[in-house]
Design a protein around this ligand. Sequence first.
Ligand code: AHR
Length: 629
Amino acid sequence: MAFPKTLVFSGLLALSQLLQVVDGISLSVSKDGGNASSPILYGFMFEDINHSGDGGIHAQLLRNNGFQGDNPGLTAYGPVGNVYLTVDTDNPLSTAITSSLKVSVPSGTTGKVGFLNEGYWGIPVTGDTYSNYFWMKGDYKGTVTLQLVGVSSGTVYASKDLEVASTADNWTYYETSYGTTAAPDGNNVWQLLFDASEVAGSALYFDLVQLFPPTFHDRPNGLRPTIANALVDVQGSFLRFPGGNNLEGYSPADRWIWNNTIGPLESRPGRQGAWTYPNTDALGLLEYLLWCEDMNLVPVLGVFDGLDLSGGVITGPELEPYIQQALDEIEYVRGSIDTPNGALRAKDGHPEPFKLTHVEIGNEDDLWGGCSSYPERFTAFYNAIHPAYPDINIIASTRNDSCLPSPRLDGMWMDQHHYLSPDEFVASFDEFDHVDRNHPIFVGEYAVTSTNNGADMSFPNIIGSVAEAVYMIGLERNSDVVLMAAYAPLLQHFNSTQWIPDLIGYDSDPGSLTLSTSYYVQKIFSNNRGDTILPVKSDSDFGPVYWVASVRDTTHFIKLANYGSSSQTVDITIDGTTTGTVTILSGAENESNYPYEANVVPVESTVSASKGTFTLKLPAWSVAVLKAN
Ligand code: AHR
């Protein structure tokens, strides 16, 4: 470190200052000295887990629309009227989408019949205009009716008649849009109806049905605005994708394959994701990059490195095609349109290269038997990427020295993950105080995942969120070397959760977005960032109160966490400041915002300094940020 983090007050304190601190903690923020703070410290880690992508931040509302994954069956579909539904493989839509929905209509059937899709455990109907797309095959000339219907009430919240002229020879694509009436909850289905008498004794085929509400930034195939806007509010700096374990898969064939996630949806085969459900890959590489573009996030691209979750490891010459795939992917992202993959990106609608400066080699290669071969595999990727793209920061997926090349390679970063109890996070407060400053660190995943007694947690709670804040204060104090950090996992569909706890939860109910206490810690820390960490003198050691100070221009930011059951008074002296705002998040030790009850939210108030000193009362189990000028 360039300077001692805490200087305990000595007898140099003036008597008046001593009197001020008798009942509390006194902090004095230095005017200068201190280390630089990473401009991209806070950001997001994303993979499709807990239906965070399909059924989550990706706005498309109909489920199993391309019959992808290992065993899609008729999941989410149901008949409407006298019809039989089957999954058909004799009429592939494309080489990628090989199954479709066959709707068979018995002879003599009349009236409106068809099928429904229940979406991702319901469909939010918001009163906005929805867009609908589908492919159809089979002889039918007439009206198709598209509807959104309440399951319990039978209320029709949208109905649109569309004239179609479908033939048995070819698939025909249809798209339309229609207004909706807001439904009180998410217990709704989408249905497609047609005139049975025109089809009786025969069948129609449907594929890639898609239903979109308005999307974030009006992007086609875009993001769900409520969730996207919650991320915008955090003002994060980077997005790590596409995993996590979901990058790896359970075999090389099951890995996330970048060029299967681009282009028209009918050319994306999807895959069985690592988290028990199929991924449509409609949220694909280009969509991730547009997400970054729309939120001003630095992309942190994870590439498959030969290790899969079954413990399979690819090394030596057999690894070369995978290294080439990573190079091709990087070229797709940032190559000029004169390169083969840059031209592909242009064809996909984005001729302008994206800025890509961070690539991570694999995920958690200290696990699943990856450690011993990682020095070789990491070095092979590094030697291929670094000469071609010297400005790319290449990140190793572990900090475990026994899994890393020795000596460490020039400029390499290291990713470290922590899923711990609150006490363990607090004990890790000084984890980075004495590390080698030559190799930047990315804390790519962290979260409190168990209570101090070792019990699982369903959703972040106050003690855990305060503990994360203590750890984050440690990260920020060391943000000359810890350059990025992200809570994980980010999102959770309450109806399909593979990992708890998560930062943000939701279901199909339009009002279900639930921001956890840890979300608010991320938000208030990320929203209040200086560019230089300032030394702080204190009359007390760290614990139960922890702090870090930073400055940007003339604005000072003091972050505090009280990891204790008593309130604490803290006097903070910052030369030259007179007024400010203080934002405090606090609650009972085990209080949580789950489910649907966002009762614990940050409270902001204005504060003034008295003779240059702000006096803050930190409630028990609290996180606070003082922003002072
Ligand atoms: O965040 C959930 C999982 O935890 C990630 O996929 C993996 O990297 C880690 O083990």
